[in-house]
Design a protein around this ligand. Structure first.
Ligand SMILES: [Zn+2]
Length: 237
């Protein structure tokens, strides 16, 4: 077999975060959390041409993907005042569990089909098509049942985080605290900037003083030389 290269493919990976604002359904507290996501994109340069274009199209695709992911991002972010995890967050995570189950069912479809086709359970069901149908139904039913049970089990407001872990819980902050935090950050930055500007000013002053001293010394040296020259001239007359 001879491998014929058809081009170069590029993959770009971008990470980003977005601030999400929530109004608590239980205590009406307004709070924020940061949702972080990543996005990847691909680009293909056919026959090794247009490599730059392929790279930039990979980056563009990754950026668009990231924006989309950030826009629809929903995390488990409990209210900082009453600890309530909002209904829409629970629904989003349950949907994720069911999607995971669907993917799992799809992945296990191939082995189920193979087992059925190669005669596993032939003694009970001699017809291959029936075995495949029963196998697929059984597998899909089993995975759906497990997914459904997990989705039902997941209820963070009752202390049941499984199948997620504590790591999935995002830290939250009331809007007032967030604004105060932003304000103090801003003040700290301003102070740092002022300190840096003062440092620059002091350095400049020091440099200027040193330069002035150097100039003074050079001037004195020149005057001394001129005096000596004049003396020598006077003596030679
Ligand atoms: Zn609340």
């Amino acid at each position: 077999m001879v491998l014929i290269p058809i081009g170069t493919s590029y993959t770009a990976q971008l990470e980003g975060s977005s601030l999400k604002e929530v109004c608590c359904e239980q205590c009406r507290c307004e709070y924020v959390y940061v949702a972080a996501r990543s996005g990847s994109g691909h680009g293909l340069a056919p026959l090794f041409m247009f490599q730059e274009a392929a790279e930039s199209s990979a980056e563009k695709a990754a950026y668009q993907r990231l924006q989309k992911e950030l826009a629809k991002a929903v995390d488990i972010a409990p209210c900082p005042r009453c600890s309530r995890v909002q209904g829409f967050m629970i629904r989003a995570k349950r949907l994720k569990i069911m999607q995971g189950a669907a993917v799992t069912a799809f992945v296990f479809l191939a082995p189920v089909l193979l087992f059925a086709a190669f005669g596993v359970g032939k003694s009970v069901l001699p017809d291959t098509l029936s075995r495949v149908a029963v196998g697929v139904l059984f597998e899909a039913g089993l995975v759906a049942a497990i997914g459904g049970a997990l989705a039902f089990l997941f209820n963070p407001n009752a202390g049941r985080l499984f199948p997620f872990t504590r790591k999935a819980i995002q830290p939250t902050m009331t809007v007032e605290d967030f604004q105060a935090h932003q304000e103090s950050e801003h003040q700290r930055e301003q102070q740092e900037l002022a300190e840096r500007a003062e440092q620059i000013r002091q350095n400049q002053e020091k440099m200027e003083a040193e330069n002035a001293a150097k100039r003074e010394r050079a001037k004195a040296r020149k005057e001394e030389e001129a005096r000596k020259l004049a003396e020598r001239a006077k003596r030679s007359i």
